[in-house]
Design a protein around this ligand. Structure first.
Ligand code: FPP
Ligand code: MG
Length: 298
C-alpha cells in the first residue's frame, strides 16, 4: 500500500508540469516513510487516506530540504543533500514547491484533516526556529528542549495519527497521543544514536549534534553529572569539530555516568505508555511499531 502513496506523490509532482522539478524530486531519498506507515495502519488505504499520507510525506520532505539549508548539511539519508548538490536557493524553492503543492491537495481532502496538518506545520516551523535559537549557546533548559522536540518532530507524527483517526472514524485523542509519544521517543532515540552509532549507520557524521550546537538530553544529563573540572572541559568541546580523543572522552563519560541508559529509559517510558494504549484498543500493529522503535540497537 505504501506504493499507492508513492504513486500519489509522483502524480502530484508530475501535475506541476515542470521537468526540472520532477528531476530534482527523483534525486531525493524517500526515507523510512514512518508517517505513511502510521497513517495506513490507522486508516486503511482509502483514496483520502493515501492522499493524506502523500501530502504529509511531501511536507516532511520539504521540511528536511529547508532543515538541510539551515544546518548547512552535506548529506541526507546517506547521500549528498540537495543544498549541497544544487545549492541553497534550489533546495529552498524545491521545499516551497513540495510544501505548497501539498497544501493545495490537502484542501481537497477534508477541512478537518487540513486543519490538523496545517497546525502541525506551524508547530514545525516554530520548532525549527526554537532549535536554531537553542543551538546558539550551551544550555541545560530541558523544558525548552522538550517543547522544541515536540514542535519540530512530534507535531507532524501527532497530526498524522490524528488525521488518520479522523478519516477512519476512530477516537482521535487516543491516536493523537500515540503519534505524540512516538514522535517524542523517535527524536530522543535519534539524539541517542547520534552519540552511539557510527557515521555509516547514521548516513551523516557521528557525534554531530554537539558540533552543530545542539545540546540534546544526553549532553544535558552528562553536564549535570560531571564534576566542575570536567564540566569546563565539556564546554570547550561544544560546537567544535571533535578529534578521535575528544569523541572518545565524550563517549566514555556518557558510559561512566550511564547517561545513554537514562536517556533511553525516558524514551522507553513514552513508548510503554502507548503500547498499553494501543493494546487496549486492539491495535496490535500500532503497538508493534512502537515496540520496534525501542528495540533498535544502541
Ligand atoms: C530535522 O531536524 C528537522 C525537522 C524534523 C523539521 C524541520 C522544519 C522546518 C525546516 C520548518 C519548515 C517547514 C516547512 C514544511 C517549510 P534535525 O536537524 O534535528 O535532524 P536531522 O539530523 O535529520 O537533520
Ligand atoms: Mg538537520
Amino acid at each position: 500500500m505504501i506504493n499507492a502513496v508513492e504513486r500519489k506523490i509522483n502524480q502530484y509532482v508530475s501535475e506541476l508540469d515542470d521537468a526540472y522539478v520532477s528531476s530534482l524530486y527523483r534525486k531525493l531519498p524517500s526515507g523510512k516513510r514512518l508517517r505513511t506507515k502510521l497513517i495506513l495502519k490507522i486508516a486503511g488505504s482509502d483514496l483520502k487516506v493515501v492522499k493524506t499520507a502523500a501530502t504529509v510525506e511531501m511536507i516532511h520532505a520539504a521540511s528536511l530540504l529547508h532543515d538541510d539549508v539551515i544546518d548547512d548539511a552535506n548529506t541526507r539519508r546517506g547521500i549528498i543533500s540537495l543544498n549541497a548538490s544544487s545549492g541553497n536557493k534550489t533546495a529552498i524553492m524545491m521545499g516551497d514547491i513540495l510544501y505548497s503543492k501539498a497544501f493545495l491537495e490537502l484542501c481537497n481532502i477534508s477541512p478537518e484533516v487540513a486543519k490538523v496538518v496545517s497546525n502541525a506545520v506551524v508547530q514545525l516551523s516554530l520548532g525549527e526556529l526554537a532549535d536554531v535559537e537553542l543551538s546558539k549557546k550551551f544550555h541545560t533548559n530541558r523544558d525548552a528542549y522538550l517543547k522544541m522536540l515536540y514542535q519540530k518532530t512530534a507535531s507532524l507524527m501527532e497530526a498524522s495519527a490524528e488525521a488518520a483517526a479522523i478519516l477512519a472514524g476512530k477516537p482521535r485523542n487516543a491516536y493523537r497521543k500515540y503519534g505524540h509519544n512516538l514522535g517524542m521517543a523517535f527524536q530522543m532515540i535519534d539524539d541517542i544514536l547520534d552519540i552511539t552509532a557510527d557515521s555509516k549507520t547514521l548516513g551523516k557524521p557521528a557525534l554531530h549534534d554537539f558540533e552543530e550546537g545542539k545540546v540534546t538530553l544526553p549532553y544535558m544529563y552528562l553536564y549535570e553529572a560531571l564534576e566542575d573540572e570536567d564540566r569546563a572541559y565539556l564546554l570547550t568541546l561544544y560546537k567544535k569539530r571533535l578529534n578521535a580523543d575528544e569523541a572518545l572522552w565524550i563517549k566514555s563519560a556518557m558510559k561512566k555516568y550511564a547517561i545513554i541508559e537514562k536517556s533511553y529509559f525516558e524514551a522507553k517510558d513514552l513508548i510503554v505508555e502507548v503500547i498499553k494504549l494501543m493494546e487496549s484498543l486492539g491495535e496490535d500493529d500500532l503497538s508493534n511499531i512502537a515496540k520496534e522503535m525501542i528495540e533498535r540497537e544502541f
